[in-house]
Write a protein that binds this ligand. Structure first.
Ligand code: M6R
Length: 612
């Protein structure tokens, strides 16, 4: 996730771009850059680090005069944060400059072809291939070159493009990445999000997928990929500035929950490839051959908090789909327990921030013992990402709310991909099973969207529990793993005491805490365990509990013993946690909201725990 801003008109472009980028820093902040047409040529400046650095080296934009420019704040995906990888990227002559948000999924074969044609790449990004492709197709007609290039690329993009020989124009295009166009009395703007341009205009045009916009100082036009002009009506934004940063959502947590479908697409689609009609998983970042993967005898997953909970789900999924033994450890325990790590072990550390002190220490401990470490990390270029032997990035983009939602969902998706890969190379998964898993994986984003659509219903239910003292979450097997995460979400943001229990374990002590009206959230998504969990629901009901069940549509029997049921759409039994977590996140969010808690910044917590 990156931020884009562009301006063309009567004003100086660079200060407007810097101001807009500052409001988009939540989208990425590891490097930034601008390209401005100075009357003769396109000048480009880039800086590693926060936007402040770019502001300083350009003296607030003063050193880049010109009224037409584009800018970018980066959240690295392909290629570590560095000056070379920062945007804008240009063709070799520097006559075409572009900024990009999204992922060009087929950039490797495209790059190879362009290199064969003699093009020289200077960065490790997927984006640079677009600059060279534009150069290749350019015959003094920008629109023609852009549509030709975009017909060849797969993936997602929001683009701002300058052509030195069309100095009075900015070209923009989008597919599956956000980009809006604004207009005021002085000129036209592009931006990844509304807050960037709110200070300058409230008149915006929403670009549809696969549209190209041409911005001039005093006019705007939109085109389809067939270069047909498209008529568009402007919309008026009536948000205040604070709401705008959160794209109209009340909290970052809610916004991030809504970003989960996109996050799963971004994490899965570049790795789940279609090879001539047959699906296959390619995880280039693993740096391991199929033979090396086959030789792995045991997996240790090590993490903290929600990332640990993702690991607990991972154990069920990896063991189920690949029949490989998996141990899961809390990093703070693992580092001091002198774990038995045999040859042929693989350690997987999971971390959103990539900076969690205990997880980093666990990584170092494993490496010191000669064990290969794979990181599943969200923040590109973070310590864990750099120190792990290999790193599988979860492309969730920056997560601002302290309580993780979208990064957790992306971690689950990454673990599914790994489990399918291991299942494949170990010969456990048949072609039919693999196909059914791939199909289920592809459906998850839409199914999550459906569940998010139930937010009002969950909010009404949550409002009944604002005064609760204790709330319990129970489930068996993989449902226990999601109970852990549901319970953590609730307690960290609502400050209500909550515990998660393996449903069968409750009667060994904890059931004594169940009183009249105590809420028990029972998760039941595994058909072979439906009956067992129903028995546990009946046990707590007999002690006065009020039961909210989260289960599959087919499990109608649960209605007879529960007080409130949330049904999940059908998916593969190993992937149910990606769906079950949605009502649990919404429930936690609305309980916290109703109690007046600071949802995005709960007390006593930090987003990244860099101390032991
Ligand atoms: O950055 P990490 O994923 O390593 O962080 C691990 C935990 O601190 C984190 O998941 C924490 O539990 C969150 N607050 C949960 O919402």
């Amino acid at each position: 996730m990156c931020g884009i801003v562009g301006y063309i008109g009567k004003e100086q472009a660079a200060p407007i771009i810097l101001d807009g980028l500052a409001r988009l820093e939540y989208r990425g902040y590891d490097s930034a850059g601008m390209a401005v047409y100075d009357g003769e040529k396109i000048c480009t400046r880039k800086a590693i680090g926060r936007l402040k650095v770019l502001e300083n080296i350009t003296r607030g934009g003063e050193s880049m005069p010109g009224t037409c420019g584009i800018g970018h704040t980066r959240w690295a995906t392909h290629g570590a944060p560095s000056q070379r990888n920062a945007h804008p990227h240009t063709n070799e002559a520097g006559t075409i400059a572009l900024v990009h948000n999204g992922i060009i999924e087929n950039y490797i074969p495209l790059k190879k072809k362009m290199e064969e044609k003699g093009y020289r790449f200077v960065s490790e990004t997927d984006t640079e291939v677009l600059a060279h492709l534009l150069d290749y197709y350019y015959r003094q007609d920008p629109l023609e070159a852009i549509t030709k290039v975009l017909h060849r690329v797969e993936g997602s993009y929001a683009l701002g493009i300058l052509f030195a020989d069309h100095p009075g124009e900015i070209y923009a295009a989008r597919k599956d990445s956000p980009l809006i166009v604004g207009q005021n009395d002085t000129g036209c703007l592009i931006a990844s999000d509304v807050p960037a341009i709110l200070k300058y205009t409230r008149t915006v045009y929403y670009m549809e997928n696969q549209e190209v916009a041409v911005l001039r100082g005093d006019s705007l036009s939109f085109y389809s990929m067939d270069e047909e002009e498209v008529a568009k009506e402007p919309a008026t934004i009536d948000w205040d500035a604070d709401a705008a940063e959160k794209a109209g959502y009340e909290h970052f947590m809610l916004k991030e929950m809504y970003e989960q479908p996109r996050t799963i697409v971004d994490t899965v689609s570049p790795r789940l490839r279609d090879n001539g009609g047959e699906k296959d998983i390619t995880i280039e970042e693993l740096n391991m051959t199929d033979e090396e993967l086959k030789a792995v005898r045991k997996i240790h997953i090590v993490a903290c908090g929600s990332a640990y909970h993702a690991g607990v789900t991972g154990k069920y999924v990896l063991e189920g789909l690949a029949r490989i033994p998996v141990e899961v450890d809390l990093a703070s325990e693992y580092r001091y327990r002198n774990p038995l790590l045999e040859e042929g072990s693989l350690v997987i550390v999971i971390s959103q921030s990539g900076e969690t002190a205990d997880t980093l220490a666990a990584l170092r401990e494993s490496k010191a013992r000669g064990i290969r470490v794979l990181g599943i990390v969200n923040v590109v270029g973070s310590s864990i990402a750099r120190e792990a032997d290999a790193c599988l990035y979860t492309w969730a983009g920056p997560e601002i709310a302290v309580a993780t939602t979208k990064a957790y969902s992306a971690q689950l998706a990454a673990l599914y991909l790994l489990a399918m890969k291991f299942g494949r190379v170990r010969g456990v998964l048949t072609d039919t099973e693999f196909r059914s898993l791939s199909d289920s994986l592809k459906c998850l984003p839409d199914q999550i969207e459906l569940l998010l659509g139930q937010k009002q219903k969950i909010q009404r239910f949550a409002n009944r529990y604002l005064g609760a003292r204790d709330i319990f979450f129970i489930g068996r097997g993989i449902d226990y793993a999601i109970s852990l995460e549901g319970s953590l979400k609730l307690k960290e943001i609502s400050y209500i005491h909550s515990e998660a229990y393996a449903a069968g374990e409750l009667k060994h002590g904890t059931i004594s805490l169940i009183e009249d009206g105590t809420l028990v959230v029972a998760v039941s998504t595994q058909p072979e365990l439906y009956q067992k969990t129903i028995s546990n629901i009946v046990e707590v009901k007999a002690r006065g509990a009020f039961v909210m069940a989260v289960t599959n549509e087919e499990n109608k029997a649960v209605e007879k013993v529960s007080d409130y049921v949330v049904y999940l759409p059908g998916t593969h039994p190993r992937f149910t946690n990606s769906l079950a977590i949605i009502p649990l996140q919404l429930f936690a969010y609305y309980v916290a909201l109703g109690r007046g808690c600071d949802v995005d910044k709960p007390r006593n917590l930090a987003k990244s725990v860099t101390v032991e």
